[in-house]
Design a protein around this ligand. Structure first.
Ligand SMILES: [Ca+2]
Ligand SMILES: [Ca+2]
Ligand SMILES: [Ca+2]
Ligand SMILES: [Ca+2]
Length: 264
């Protein structure tokens, strides 16, 4: 036994006694980015200048402290930072950004973009990560670093955009409160509109822009007298013809509807 110890002792020289180098520490950052549309006037439609709030969550998923962590985003100025994160540490509050939507965004009905987080490891090397959208399960790994990089897509809800106008083509303008006006449901969602009514001889008996139930700019069966029919004259019972032109407030696209209107 003693011989063995002595042998071992002799065989170990100072040079040989260095431990094998440790595996390199894992240096990793991961960024998640989420956007939420703010319907600031609460009308359930997007308007130019309403905003998307972005939140950023930075994870130090490696084994070393990362310092000078900042986030850049091609779409918005990101506020907050720089910060340092110890291994395992997460920050979800420091970095924020607000983006004001444009007409083009409204037409597209979503906004997409991707941020880049960067920091410095203890050796002074820069480490980066492309942001991931945690609500997207695709999890593409654009830069091949093993963590997902889905571009953040923020939906701009526009609940009323699909609600077309609904035309009631029978009216009984006798003042009893029932069908007294030419009812065009949802026309107030299309304030850029023009309504024309013609009699059977093609004479325009009523015309207005900005037809509105809410603002009481409606046809009640009276001529507005721009043609041969006198202003304020109650129009006789009969068959008329309407033309409604209305622009989609989001796209500007003009739609047109025309058909018969029966005044009883
Ligand atoms: Ca709105
Ligand atoms: Ca994802
Ligand atoms: Ca990646
Ligand atoms: Ca990533």
């Amino acid at each position: 036994m003693a011989t063995d110890v002595a042998t071992v002792y002799i065989s170990v020289r100072e040079d040989d006694y260095l431990p094998p180098p440790p595996p390199p520490a894992i240096v990793e950052l991961a960024l998640e980015k989420v956007g939420v549309f703010n319907d600031e006037n609460g009308d359930q439609r997007p308007q130019v200048g309403e905003t998307i709030t972005y939140t950023f969550t930075v994870y130090n998923t490696g084994e070393v402290t990362i310092s000078d962590i900042v986030i850049e985003d091609p779409l918005v100025d990101v506020l907050g930072g720089p910060i340092n994160l110890a291994p395992g540490e997460v920050d979800a509050t420091t970095f924020t950004a607000v983006y004001a939507i444009t007409q083009a965004d409204i037409e597209q009905l979503f906004v997409e973009n991707q941020a880049l987080v960067s920091g410095v490891d203890p050796s002074g090397d820069v480490i980066e990560d492309l942001s991931d959208d945690p609500n997207d399960d695709t999890n593409v790994d654009t830069n091949g670093n093993g963590n997902p990089d889905d571009i953040t897509v923020t939906i701009i809800p526009n609940v009323l955009s699909d609600e077309d106008i609904v035309i009631y083509n029978v009216m009984t303008p006798n003042g009893d409160g029932l069908n007294d006006i030419f009812m065009i449901e949802n026309i107030d969602d299309y304030p850029d509109n023009k309504v024309q009514i013609f009699n059977r001889w093609g004479v325009e008996v009523y015309s207005t822009e900005g037809y509105s139930i809410d603002n009481d700019n409606v046809f009640r069966g009276f001529s507005d007298g721009r043609a041969t029919v006198r202003r304020g004259e109650r129009l006789p019972t009969g068959t008329y013809y309407y033309i409604i032109e209305y622009a989609d407030p989001d796209t500007g696209e003009v739609r047109r509807k025309a058909s018969f209107l029966y005044i009883n």
